[in-house]
Ligand binder design. Structure first.
Ligand SMILES: Cc1ncc(COP(=O)(O)O)c(C=O)c1O
Length: 342
């Protein structure tokens, strides 16, 4: 057991010893000049795992999403996303500020936008309208509980996008959680999208970085635009080496996080003052609701029991996230605290 049960986010994970060793011994060069063999190796690996032609090492998931949405849209176009997507909620309006497009948002149910409604929002090449350039989806869907998107839904999105000539960008920050939970390979999920982003820095424990994968010409445009954003990195193989270890060694263990999240979810379901929809507990997250007081108050009380987490969403909702640096003892402490405080 650790000093605290840190269930705030899987972004708190520390790099493994193997990552630190790999960083110290990685062959390095100037990646802006394409001289860094370790970054090139990571990009090739990411492209292979997602079944895409090419990949780009980005500083963060936010940067990779922004690059994908910028290079696949044109100023004055519309980008459809759901109103609880990370891009809409947490990326400071980058789509409006940098991509110069307007987000069109739709509600989701369990992470899925209604496809008929989505279809009715699509705008074609009429001189009066902004054109729909990109449809974004999030897999796993964070706010919906970390739910993997069903393939049938992705097929529906693809056919709408094909009909109107829009691109699909998948925010797959936790794409490998989806792969591990469902057994559906990352490349199959990615095959329904033009571009896919996944984070190395979350459950996969790399200290920094996300990969944007897609067609070679799109990734080349993103590489140019990454430089505009100050994201051209020099001897970045130092970090890319950790990313290679993340992809080679850290994917399968995500299953342990899913088991712990399920244990937490089931315990919460039996606590009277709390509410959880167990159908949403499919990967490493548990969203639950407090029946008395506010989520903020409850989170404060949990902290005094050495259980850290965030209030997320409306003021009754709390999120717990399992990851490598949470063990069984941490889960037991969290359950004891939840039972005591609810
Ligand atoms: C679904 C989703 N997309 C994108 C991001 C952004 O990633 P980053 O924090 O690396 O910018 C996050 C971060 O938590 C996320 O949960």
């Amino acid at each position: 057991m650790h000093d605290f049960s840190d269930l705030r986010s899987d972004t708190v994970t520390k790099p493994t010893d193997r990552m630190k060793q790999a960083a110290m011994t990685a062959p390095l060069g100037d990646d802006v000049m394409r001289d860094d063999p370790t970054t090139i190796k990571l990009e090739q690996l990411a492209a292979r795992l997602t079944g895409k032609e090419s990949a780009l090492f980005c500083t963060s998931g936010t940067q990779a999403n922004l690059l994908a949405l910028t290079v696949q849209s044109e100023p004055g176009s519309e980008i459809i996303m759901d109103e609880e997507s990370h891009t809409f909620l947490h990326e400071q309006g980058g789509v409006a500020r940098i991509a110069l497009s307007q987000p069109v948002t739709l509600p989701n149910h369990h992470g899925l936008m209604d496809l008929d409604r989505l279809s009715s929002k699509v705008r074609g090449d009429d001189i009066h309208f902004p054109r729909t350039s990109v449809i974004e989806c999030e897999n796993t869907h964070n706010r919906a509980g970390g739910i993997p998107l069903p393939i049938s839904y992705l097929k529906g999105l693809r056919s709408i996008a094909d009909e109107c000539g829009a691109k699909i960008h998948m925010d797959g920050a936790r794409l490998f959680n989806a792969q591990v939970a469902t057994g559906i390979p990352a490349a199959e999920y990615a095959s329904y999208a033009d571009t896919v982003m996944f984070c190395l820095s979350k459950g996969l424990c790399c200290p920094i970085g996300s990969m944007l994968c897609g067609p070679a010409d799109t990734i080349q445009k993103a590489r140019r635009f990454r430089k505009v954003l100050g994201g051209g990195m020099r001897q970045v193989g130092f970090i890319a080496a950790c990313g290679i270890v993340a992809l080679e060694e850290m994917v399968d263990r995500l299953a342990e996080d899913h088991v712990r999240a399920r244990k937490l979810g089931e315990a919460i379901a039996s606590i009277r003052g709390l509410e959880v929809d167990l159908d949403t507990v499919q990967t490493n997250m548990v969203y639950f609701r407090v029946k008395h007081g506010t989520a903020e108050q409850f989170v404060g009380k949990l902290a005094s029991e050495k259980v850290l987490c965030f209030a997320e969403g409306d003021n009754q909702q709390v999120r717990l996230v399992c990851h490598k640096d949470v063990d069984d003892g941490d889960i037991d402490r969290a359950i004891t605290a939840l039972e005591k405080l609810a």
